[in-house]
Design a protein around this ligand. Structure first.
Ligand SMILES: Nc1nc2c(ncn2[C@@H]2O[C@H](COP(=O)(O)OP(=O)(O)OP(=O)(O)O)[C@@H](O)[C@H]2O)c(=O)[nH]1
Ligand SMILES: [Mg+2]
Length: 366
């Protein structure tokens, strides 16, 4: 059995973690209090935040799984203050994690653009790697809406670089901007995005720990995540009565519209893992093999897993990329935003200096 630790850091990470707990409790508060979560493996969750109010807002995460790092009320998107808060509280945070016992794999879920999650996560990953030598650390990093402002863009640029330098075993991108089409207003877009991420991560854990007809395991998953740039994303598709074909379910799971970050799998994937779940009658091995071969022709290595479980085919595809143009354009946008901010500050300062010049060599008269 796999020992899994899901860490949700900062408000965005906390909320995605809450969506994971919601899913595990079957969306029911009664289950939360009477039966406990229905996780496939031994899964622990822990929400970490500097803002107590963000933690209080969670509905499905148990009180024992919420860790408040005392630092007034969040760090206001300031990553310097965030890093300081982490160092000041490092031992307390690591002790709380150690209480969870053995860990085979941990998912560190965070936004890249706020203050707390984006600054804690790289440091926390380094600590995890130092203390648990064999641990597999996967980052789930959320990119901001591009119009959220200069500081958020700047934070995203610097924190992604730090996350990559922290030497985790891979980074899965979730792009708010790309996914916002799901909803008109931001609050419901968040809910939708969070539950999509929750559903996919739980499916992944479930599959890695299932008895499979064709096996994929943690080792395969690590191999996929170490491909290309070690940056990837997840696609998912659930078929229904109208079209229960496994071939089209696989195709759909790889379509840009079903990914968490914009990519062209057939052009840009470095390695992939395709996990197919469904009733035996739908899992036609020839069809599956053909589809996987089509993908292998472009992506270097494709692992496939088959899980027999009642229902129409559901397909999860995890892949790493050899090229990330969207990320590069985010960096270009961040650099422009930083320069604009610098120019604005310089102009404002000059105006104040000019204003003071009016009273140079003068004294107050009473
Ligand atoms: N997908 C998703 N994104 C969110 C959610 N909440 C906030 N975000 C995004 O996260 C970024 C802000 O980061 P937060 O996680 O709120 O910041 P934090 O880590 O709590 O840091 P501070 O509040 O500055 O201490 C913005 O880009 C938001 O769009 C959420 O529930 N779901
Ligand atoms: Mg916050």
């Amino acid at each position: 059995m796999l020992n899994v630790l899901m860490l949700g850091i900062g408000q965005c990470g906390n909320r995605i973690l809450d969506a994971i707990n919601k899913e595990a409790f079957g969306g029911s508060m009664i289950n939360k209090y009477c039966f406990g979560p229905k996780f496939p493996s031994r899964v622990d969750t822990l929400a970490i935040n500097t803002a107590i109010n963000d933690l209080k807002e969670l509905r499905f995460t148990l009180a024992k799984d919420r860790l408040h790092v005392p630092n007034l009320h969040g760090v206001g998107a300031n990553r310097y203050n965030g890093k300081q808060a982490f160092w000041d509280n490092r031992d307390m945070i690591m002790e709380e994690i150690e209480k969870r016992g053995d860990i085979d794999i941990t998912f560190v879920i965070t936004s890249t653009s706020g203050g707390t999650g984006s600054s804690f996560s790289p440091l926390l990953i380094q600590e995890l790697k130092r203390r648990y030598r064999k641990i597999c650390v996967i980052i789930v990093a959320v990119l901001p809406f591009r119009e959220e402002g200069a500081i958020y863009l700047q934070n995203a640029a610097f924190s992604i670089r730090e996350l990559m330098e922290a030497e985790a075993d891979g980074l899965i991108l979730v792009d708010n901007q790309y996914l916002k089409r799901y909803s008109g207003d931001i609050a419901s877009a968040y809910d939708k995005i969070n539950s999509m991420v929750a559903q996919r991560l739980l499916f992944l854990i479930d599959s890695l720990d299932s008895e499979m007809l064709m096996v994929t395991d943690l080792g395969d998953f690590k191999t996929v995540m170490s491909g290309g740039l070690c940056i990837g994303t997840i696609g998912f598709f659930q078929s229904d009565k109208k079209n229960p074909s496994v071939k089209s379910a696989i195709e759909n799971s790889l379509k840009p519209s079903n990914l968490l970050y914009p990519a062209n799998v057939y052009d840009d994937a470095a390695r992939a893992m395709v996990i197919i779940q469904g009733s035996k009658e739908y899992l036609e091995v020839d069809e599956i093999t053909k589809e996987i071969e089509r993908l292998s022709a472009s992506a270097g290595q494709v692992f496939k897993g088959l899980v027999v479980k009642r229902g129409y085919p559901k397909v999860l595809s995890v892949f790493t990329l050899a090229s990330v143009p969207e990320l590069e354009s985010l960096y270009a946008q961040a650099a422009r935003a930083i320069q604009d901010e610098k120019d604005r500050k310089k102009r404002a300062k000059k105006q104040l200096t000019d204003a003071f010049a009016h009273i140079e060599d003068m004294d107050e008269i009473y």
